[in-house]
Design a protein around this ligand. Sequence first.
Ligand SMILES: O=C(O)[C@H](CS(=O)(=O)O)OP(=O)(O)O
Length: 252
Amino acid sequence: MNAFKFLDEIGPVNTNTMVLDKALGYKTVEDMLTISGNYFNLLKYGWGTSILYDEEIIKDKNELYHSYNIRTYTGGTLFELANKQNKIDEYFNEIDRLGFNAVEISDGSTTIDSDRRAQLINKSKELGFYTLSEIGKKNPQKDSEYTTQQRIDLINTDIEAGSDMVIIEGRESGKNIGIYDDKGNVKKDDLTSIYENTPKEKVLWEAPQKNQQVELILTLSNDVNLGNINSNEIVSLETLRRGLRGDTLGKL
Ligand SMILES: O=C(O)[C@H](CS(=O)(=O)O)OP(=O)(O)O
């Protein structure tokens, strides 16, 4: 039983929280899950990091994450690399063999036309993977060329194509990209336009910085889907969601 349960007025929040695994060892994951495994449900092995690990470590970590009902997938960058090299079938076989149960379809660093994107979402679904897709470009200049309306249209198109969850790119930095200005502040008008014109349960906002998590929780709600959470800050985020930290206490 949790300590101080009598003070937890809000309790567990039914939501999606995606954590970034940049290079966590098996024992670190084991330890991390003991303390925070109940507070997230999606885990991304960042960008191409998976290529640098022994496959047995990946299989073991995937099993461990799944034992806490946490879905695992590789960064969109690795998927884009496979697509660029025309090795999508090999990519799907490999992630299946290694025990990943989710996929991220993105075109943040490369170009994928809309038909191909829809086909890839379909294929991922047909193969039985929980399918996330991501909107946005990693290069801030290119990303800024999207209008808010275009982002809204892209989100809704992906959902129509079968995407289970659409991620709004925020990168690991959370600056000068998507809904964030160059200081990492939330561009509120963009945020609310996207929120009001897309299904909230299917949109996940990458929000690596605490100020962004607070702003999204206070502006949208404490069950807003959030991602690119640092593995050291999972419990901290959960306290924000439950009003157990000054930033949100009494404001939810
Ligand atoms: O993991 C990735 O491939 C990247 C990480 S970042 O944008 O370089 O921080 O994120 P993704 O959202 O999967 O494209």
